[in-house]
Write a protein of this length. Structure first.
Length: 431
């Protein structure tokens, strides 16, 4: 099987299973088995499950076999394959910490949930998961998160010491899990404070912990955190829907101002965690827009607006032509800046961003909508209406804000949405 006659990224179930069964030394690329195990998530059949179980038990401790075992466990978790639990459980004692991590996570996925596939775990398995906390070199965050998801309160005393872990991602998970157990409720303030940590991974991790605990009182702080708009919107959506359903918060008072703030995403509404020791050059600030730590991107954005408002538009047009047009982070920030800089020559680029069909550029569509609303060109009303039916809820929300700025809502009587937050915004704007 040295040559394959099909695309490795478009495998049928039969092709993926055949690759999974093929020894690595008979493949053109040893990584093909790993890819096959990954692609089988698209084929949720009993045949797939059995092939993945066999891959877990495949003898050999070489690196290729280990990564296939890890991915097979993960895929079984995604498939929530209860019949694979004994095999996955056997991985809890594996010497490979990544296999253990995936096994813990997969068991949590299989055993959690409220649908008809929900199963109850016996205490012995829960204790095996808890005991991973006593072993060195493990992903303690995943273990603690899983115990929280499974509601295993008997582990509380063994989780409590991890609240003081030097690794803040672990500490956040421990605090959040004990909160879910109804213990140490006041400590959640520490998790909220982590939204302003200098480490972007800590900020993202504690955001997930706030979602998992339904801690909707954190919505205002989430809106200010220097994390990607996508992550903040996901968190606010989740928390808002829970809080409103619990009748603990209202859309108008507790959600709308912060959703508007995040959708608009102006750097002045972000609580920055980085600073420059001297004013950066224009070139440096533009290049910072490509960073994966959005804390640095927001600092650069603020610098471009405050220090280089006259020179930035031309530099941003050059950046767009150079690489921002295919870098989804850079593309988003450049489109957003065109709006905040009131740069009318970018109108056609903003319309193009609004209608961009590529999934990885969906946040740029939001930036395009907000920027078009700010530019004030009435021709944008038709473009915004045209984008409505292909829009995500975030884009629909942005379109409503933009149309309101353009006095175009009265021309948009037929706009409808099934998303409750968009419905609430539409009702709010129309009074």
């Amino acid at each position: 099987m040295k040559k394959t006659s099909f695309s490795i990224f478009h495998l049928t179930e039969e092709q993926a299973i055949a690759l999974l069964y093929t020894p690595s030394d008979q493949l053109e690329e040893p990584s093909d088995r790993y890819i096959a195990a990954s692609r089988l998530v698209e084929h949720p059949s009993e045949r797939t499950v059995q092939a993945l179980i066999q891959a877990i038990h495949q003898p050999g401790d070489d690196l290729d076999n280990r990564i296939v075992r890890r991915k097979s466990v993960e895929t079984l978790g995604h498939l929530r394959a209860a019949q694979a639990l004994p095999s996955i459980r056997s991985c809890l004692g594996d010497d490979d910490c990544y296999t253990v991590e995936n096994a813990v996570w997969a068991i949590g996925e299989i055993a959690s949930g409220k649908d008809e596939r929900h199963i109850s775990l016996d205490e012995a398995i829960l204790e095996e998961i808890t005991n991973v906390l006593t072993r060195p070199g493990q992903n303690y965050r995943v273990v603690i998160q899983t115990l929280g998801k499974l509601g295993y309160k008997a582990a509380a005393d063994r989780i409590r010491p991890w609240m003081q872990a030097d690794n803040l991602m672990v500490a956040s998970a421990a605090i959040a899990t004990l909160y879910r157990f109804g213990d140490d409720i006041s400590a959640m303030a520490r998790v909220v404070d982590m939204l302003q940590d200098a480490n972007v991974n800590v900020r993202r991790s504690c955001l997930q912990d706030l979602i998992d605990t339904h801690y909707y009182s954190a919505i205002p702080k989430i809106a200010q955190s220097p994390i990607s708009m996508v992550f903040r919107l996901r968190a606010i959506q989740s928390l808002a829907l829970v809080g409103i359903d619990d009748q603990a918060i209202t859309f108008t008072k507790d959600v709308e101002p912060y959703l508007d703030q995040v959708i608009a995403d102006h750097p002045d509404t972000i609580e920055l965690v980085h600073e420059y020791d001297q004013t950066p050059t224009l070139e440096f600030a533009v290049n910072e827009l490509y960073e994966t730590d959005f804390g640095r991107c927001y600092l650069a954005t603020k610098t471009l607006l405050d220090v280089y408002p006259q020179k930035a538009p031309e530099a941003l047009m050059t950046a767009y032509e150079d690489k921002a047009h295919h870098d989804y982070g850079g593309y988003y920030h450049v489109m957003r800046l065109f709006g905040w800089l009131d740069y009318e020559p970018a109108y056609k680029l903003l319309v193009k961003a609004l209608h961009n069909p590529e999934a990885q550029f969906k946040k740029a569509r939001v930036a395009g909508a907000i920027a078009l609303g700010r530019l004030g060109n009435p021709y944008a009303i038709d473009e915004l209406q045209l984008a409505w039916d292909t829009a995500t809820w975030e884009l629909q929300y942005a379109i409503l804000i933009a149309l309101n700025h353009l006095d175009g809502l009265n021309q948009s009587e037929l706009l409808q949405s099934e998303h409750p937050l968009v419905q609430a915004k539409l009702s709010s704007l129309k009074g």
